[in-house]
Ligand binder design. Structure first.
Ligand code: GLA
Length: 435
């Protein structure tokens, strides 16, 4: 009885003002911006313009091609979806009449009928970054209400044309307004990106209380340089960023560009691996109607997705780095770890690497099974002090899963001699590599 009373008394302290219960693991889905930008000419570009057709087709692909099954549930509209003016009488945002002739509500209904969720874009300020009507402080309540009435599940609030003072008022105000609608609406804040991403200008404690995710840094572009630039920033400021992330509130390094024009296979593996290590939202921005098989198989690979979606929600850390090699480590549930060895170098030959688990501070269990995540191949069974060797190609990654071997583990390994680690099988193959 007393326990119950104490727990109830603590409840208001433990719940935050956002308190919408969503995104306990990083959200996954598709977002229009990086790939489709602000193309509004549907006469010349009917397949690629920002229109209800684009979002319906992406939603169809998400369901038909296995994406939704793999976890990608959000279909997110970005900038350039409205008319150039609000409704003169109601003051509401109006979807472009030609490109969204049915309005947003039927689009939301369609997306929900497929078991997916709809995200939308607004901008705190007079205009969006693309020059469409923004959401000024006095319009926040109305826009939140409108989005809720349309059945929207997520709002990204951008920050072009706002002052630091307006952001300090507007971002918390939108959080409250969304909550007040009574509809569960996830909230993505671009606030930190507009204030340099770092304290003292950015208050990550407050962000964690009012937003489900936030853009910390500049926009991703379709290039490996852009991916590396983001990864390097995340490494440099990790002591600030890591404590900010957790279930329900995530740092957002921006969209996945895998499947677009620029990344090689290795670079694509590397972006996905790093977004998994960083517990990043996985919003792809690509053309799901034209994506190649390799990119599709990669993005749907359960290995990196499971790492990304780990329920502990602890963001990974750059454990050490040399001139061109990063070793990142993320703690996962059940005493497991994900390790990403990222070769950022441009020297045209694979880098030979020797590591031991104890050098990564992984020492608790007697033995660990190490698996190459992308190959889904066990590399062997290792004592913490044992060295293991491998090589990583330039602009590529090796993503490893490190699992303690225990009698209770529900892994694919069949243990003979119970806990004596005499013989371990993976499928039918005997694992001999007990280092
Ligand atoms: C900003 C954002 C991008 C995108 C564009 C739209 O640059 O950071 O993610 O929303 O605006 O104009």
């Amino acid at each position: 009885m007393w326990t119950l009373i104490i727990c109830l008394a603590l409840l208001p302290v433990l719940t935050t003002s956002l308190d919408n219960g969503v995104m306990r693991v990083p959200p996954m889905g598709w977002l229009a911006w990086e790939r489709f930008r602000c193309e509004t000419d549907c006469v010349r570009n009917p397949h690629t313009c920002i229109s209800e057709r684009l979002f319906m087709e992406m939603a169809d692909r998400l369901v038909k091609d296995g994406w939704s099954h793999a976890g990608y549930k959000y279909v997110n509209i970005d900038d350039c979806w409205t008319e150039k003016k609000r409704n003169a009488t109601t003051g509401r945002l109006v979807p472009d009449l030609k490109r969204f002739p049915n309005g947003i509500k039927p689009l939301a209904d369609y997306i929900h009928s497929l078991g997916l969720k709809l995200g939308i874009y607004a901008d705190l300020g007079n205009f969006t970054c693309g020059g469409y009507p923004g959401t000024t402080l006095d319009q926040i309540q109305l826009d939140a209400q409108t989005f809720a009435e349309w059945g929207v599940d997520m709002v990204k609030l951008d920050g072009c044309y706002s002052t630091p003072e307006e952001r300090a008022i507007g971002y918390p105000k939108m959080s409250k307004a969304l909550n007040k609608t009574g509809r569960v609406i996830a909230y993505s804040c671009s606030w930190p990106a507009y204030d340099g991403g770092l304290p003292p200008k950015v208050n990550y404690t407050l962000l964690g209380e009012i937003c489900n995710l936030w853009r910390n840094y500049g926009d991703i572009q379709d290039s490996w340089d852009s991916v590396l630039n983001i990864v390097n920033w995340w490494g440099k400021y990790q002591d600030i960023l890591i404590p900010a992330a957790g279930p329900g509130h995530w740092n957002d390094p921006d969209m996945l560009i895998v499947g677009d024009f620029s990344l090689s296979e290795g670079e694509s593996r590397a972006q996905l691996a790093m977004w998994a290590i960083l517990a990043a939202p996985l919003f792809m921005s690509n053309d799901l109607r034209r994506i190649g098989r390799t990119a599709r198989a990669l993005l749907q690979h359960p290995g990196p997705i499971n790492i990304n979606q780990d329920p502990l929600g602890i963001q990974g850390r750059l454990f050490f780095s040399t001139a061109s090699l990063d070793v990142w480590k993320r703690q996962l549930k059940g005493g497991r770890y994900a390790i990403a060895v990222l070769n950022k170098g441009t020297g045209g030959t694979p880098k030979k690497v020797e590591l031991s688990l104890s050098s990564l501070n992984i020492t608790t269990a007697q033995f660990y099974v190490i698996t190459d995540v992308y190959e889904d191949k066990p590399l062997g069974l290792y004592k913490p002090n044992a060295s293991f060797h491998f090589s990583v190609n330039p602009s590529d990654v090796l993503l490893l899963l490190v699992e303690p071997l225990s009698c209770k583990c529900k892994c694919k390994f069949v243990l003979k001699e119970t806990c004596n680690v005499m013989e371990i099988r993976y499928g039918n193959a005997l694992l001999e590599d007990v280092a």
